[in-house]
Design a protein around this ligand. Sequence first.
Ligand SMILES: Nc1ncnc2c1ncn2[C@@H]1O[C@H](COP(=O)(O)OP(=O)(O)OP(=O)(O)O)[C@@H](O)[C@H]1O
Ligand SMILES: O=P(O)(O)OC[C@@]1(O)O[C@H](CO)[C@@H](O)[C@@H]1O
Length: 303
Amino acid sequence: MIYTITLNPSIDYVVQVNQLHLGALNKMENEMMFPGGKGINVSRMLHELAYDTTALGFLGGFTGDYISTSLDQKGIRTHFTPVEGETRINIKLKSENETEINGRGPQILPHEADQLLYQLEHATSRDTVIISGSTPPSLTSGFHQQMIEQIVKSGADFVIDTTGDALRFALPYRPLLVKPNKDELAELFGVTLSSRDDIIYYGRQLLKLGAMNVIVSMADEGALLFTEEGIFYGSTPHGDVKNSVGSGDSMIAGFTGKFKETADVMEAFCMSLAAGSATAFADDLAKAGDIYALHEKIDITRI
Ligand SMILES: Nc1ncnc2c1ncn2[C@@H]1O[C@H](COP(=O)(O)OP(=O)(O)OP(=O)(O)O)[C@@H](O)[C@H]1O
Ligand SMILES: O=P(O)(O)OC[C@@]1(O)O[C@H](CO)[C@@H](O)[C@@H]1O
């Protein structure tokens, strides 16, 4: 089973405005609502690719009800921890460019946090746990450490897609995959990345610090994979970008699902690129057929 943990889920409210006028009345051309949050997107994509998944995390209020109902309707298994606070709504504003306004997320009470930790005691060595996204303000990076220690104790492997201290502290526990984008990599090391060589240098540091595989995603410029066997560049196909929200999550789902199926890291990288780009070219997360079609167009070269 591949579990995902979304500590801070969201309703993604995607709004399209032809031309945005700040300080004036704007009328929407179009609006859409999706159950969101990084781990939830990963579970949605795993399910689309026919991999077994269960979504875990904190949900509360009418917004939380919307998310759990829509995941149920899609046939996605969930085991959320109910919280008193209200799950956030994140605004994704499409205009001349993409603007995101993400909420902070609800207060998580200590007994609610303990309940999620308790669930992790049921993981086994056959499972993989994917921890994705931001942390609600009331939880510290110490909570990540507690989750990871519990996962490692159970023998399951884990993937982590978060930033800052929570990511830094996770590295010595040997995550199967970390996937910062270029900006997150720069922020993690407090540097400016001005060339491909800079990205390669800092990507390698993540391997040295403990990650088993590292993908540095670079939006339409493709991605770099760092493994103990070498460094590889994967291209991205060209297409009409509709909504890149969830591309990174689709990559993580593509990689983890394929890797658990085949134990082949190159196959997994190829599937991650296809899933990431197919999502960028779709309104919502991509459909399996579109991902398989793009899979044929991905080139991977050793650096
Ligand atoms: N404009 C694009 N054209 C083609 N592929 C894209 C584009 N944007 C993203 N992708 C695909 O999605 C992958 C992840 O994109 P990106 O590097 O933006 O990750 P991210 O910042 O984690 O994504 P997000 O936070 O938007 O989900 C890229 O490696 C690429 O395969
Ligand atoms: O605030 P976080 O957890 O970092 O990001 C949340 C979020 O922007 O990430 C997903 C896309 O990756 C969206 O579904 C969601 O709104």
